[in-house]
Design a protein around this ligand. Structure first.
Ligand code: BG6
Length: 491
């Protein structure tokens, strides 16, 4: 068929996300020939900008942040001529009429309608304002062609998320709304579906009978950096657990969908969220640990205490670390603890999922047996390995755990796309599989609300301090007992 031109509008063009992620992703899609031959990118923001200078800044962003490093001059030229800066206040009518003129002119020139994508790379307070602007000016009203992409945070609690869903739902069809969780676009995360459901060796064991416990850990080396203004009002629970970590949990814990179809996949994920045990305040205090970093050293660089970071309240009790023990009360998982952990200012960046299997009930060897463990490493390494016992060569029956390893480097020559590349292409293709449906976001908020509420009630109670550059408070390690001595770490 005919390839439909794409008109992509980014609100929040001067923001970090545009420069670090969106433009580099679009540029790579362009150089890899995944964008339609006819496309245009409107970059909207409040400030007056010289278009050439604006583009230079975007180019600097590609050079610094793209997985391919420095942009190719020719490619950049070809790409950049499709970028247009539109100065506009999100609150003003002219912004939308101006945009409409541009879109209409683009489509007229192409003599066909285009897929319109409106990317909300803005602070949450602008989401409803921009949605209303698009709605009022009929910019996004063809439900097969026009889409909006909404970044997290999607609401700050269950009520605000519901309210936002209702607001958007009155103006757009659900299938036009792409709520992004970029973790779902990561290559190694997408591979978990393939690993679980295209292989039959593990799936029969993927349940309470054979699995002892599961760890999902997303450790970050970065601190709060320049994002204190947002982060201090949010904290790790809202920033990471409500979305990224719960989504990882969903992929690990979900039942097989009947087919590889977006609605069935999303249904299966929602079911996991609904089956997670709702904690009482007392259970929250027992099962969820929060921490905040103090001064320390991360890779030899001094890191200030969280409370002295830019735009952070000096008395802040905001958590920069969360560890939680959750249970999924269904047939498959009843009694199996899921340990979730995330933190900033940790010693290294490392996102791993560990499936720890049970000991064999039938022991025939004298040696202590290390339980089988499946380790799915998401970043920075992409790797899956299985730990198993093996006989040490020699004249005695002596056992030692060894590893079977799958690394992308050894198995593939293909490059690994960035999450935003995969997700932006899905938006252009109209594929919502890896995006959050309204009920998914709400179900995820429901899971964390008892924690939000309990912490609100006891703002400083058991806020554990940890030194920047360490693995977080010891309470988080104690939480694992008796299942594990410590959180798994790639050596
Ligand atoms: C974002 C959070 O959603 O994810 C950040 O707001 C966090 O605080 C980031 O640093 C982590 O993403 P990644 O892809 O670097 O693991």
């Amino acid at each position: 068929g005919k390839i439909i031109p794409a008109a992509i509008t980014i609100f929040g063009a001067k923001g970090d996300l545009t420069k670090r992620k969106l433009i580099p992703a679009l540029y790579n899609l362009y150089t890899d020939k995944h964008l339609p031959p006819l496309f245009t990118i409107y970059c909207v923001d409040f400030l007056a900008e010289d278009e050439a200078a604006f583009k230079q800044d975007l180019l600097a962003g590609i050079n610094e942040f793209s997985r391919n490093g420095k942009a190719d001059e020719k490619e950049w030229e070809g790409f950049a001529k499709n970028i247009h800066y539109l100065q506009g206040d999100f609150l003003k009518t002219e912004t939308y009429t101006n945009l409409k003129d541009q879109l209409t002119a683009f489509e007229k020139k192409q003599k066909q309608s285009s897929t319109r994508v409106f990317y909300f790379a803005v602070a949450p307070r602008f989401i409803e304002i921009i949605a209303e602007g698009l709605y009022k000016h009929d910019l996004c009203n063809r439900d097969g062609l026009d889409r909006i992409v909404v970044e997290k945070p999607f609401g700050t609690d269950l009520d605000s998320a519901k309210k936002l869903n209702r607001f958007l739902g009155k103006r757009f069809a659900e299938k036009q709304i792409y709520r992004i969780d970029h973790y779902l676009g990561k290559e190694a995360v997408q591979n978990i579906m393939a690993f679980r459901f295209a292989n039959y060796v593990f799936e029969p064991l993927w349940n309470k009978k054979y699995i002892d416990h599961i760890q999902i850990s997303v450790a970050e080396e970065v601190g709060v950096g320049k994002r204190g203004g947002y982060y201090d009002g949010s904290g790790a629970l809202r920033d990471m657990v409500q979305n990224h970590l719960l989504q990882l949990l969903c992929i690990v814990a979900m039942d097989s969908p009947k087919f590889y179809k977006s609605e069935l996949i999303r249904d299966a994920k929602v079911k996991v969220l609904k089956d997670i045990r709702q904690y009482t305040p007392a259970q929250v205090l027992k099962n969820v640990i929060r921490g905040q970093y103090t001064a320390g050293n991360v890779h030899g660089t001094p890191r200030p205490p969280y409370r002295k970071e830019e735009h952070v309240l000096s008395t802040s009790n905001t958590e920069t670390f969360v560890a939680a023990r959750l249970f999924i009360d269904n047939e498959r998982w009843k009694g199996v603890p899921f340990f979730l952990r995330t933190g900033k200012s940790m010693p290294v960046q490392s996102s791993v999922i560990v499936i720890q299997f049970k000991d064999s009930p039938h022991k025939i060897f004298k040696d202590d047996i290390t339980p089988n463990r499946l380790i799915i490493s998401i970043q920075p390494e992409l790797e899956i390995s299985l730990l198993f016992e093996s006989k040490v060569p020699g004249l005695k029956m002596k056992l030692k755990p060894v590893e079977m390893d799958f690394t992308y480097q050894e198995s593939y020559t293909e490059t690994i796309p960035e999450a935003y590349e995969a997700l932006l292409l899905d938006v252009l293709d109209g594929n919502p599989t890896l995006f959050m449906r309204a009920d998914q976001v709400e179900a995820a908020w429901k899971v964390v609300m008892p924690i939000v509420d309990t912490w609100k009630k006891y703002p400083a109670k058991e806020l554990h301090l940890y030194k920047a550059g360490t693995w977080g408070p010891t309470a988080a390690t104690v939480l694992l007992k008796p299942y594990a001595k410590d959180w798994f770490r790639l050596s």
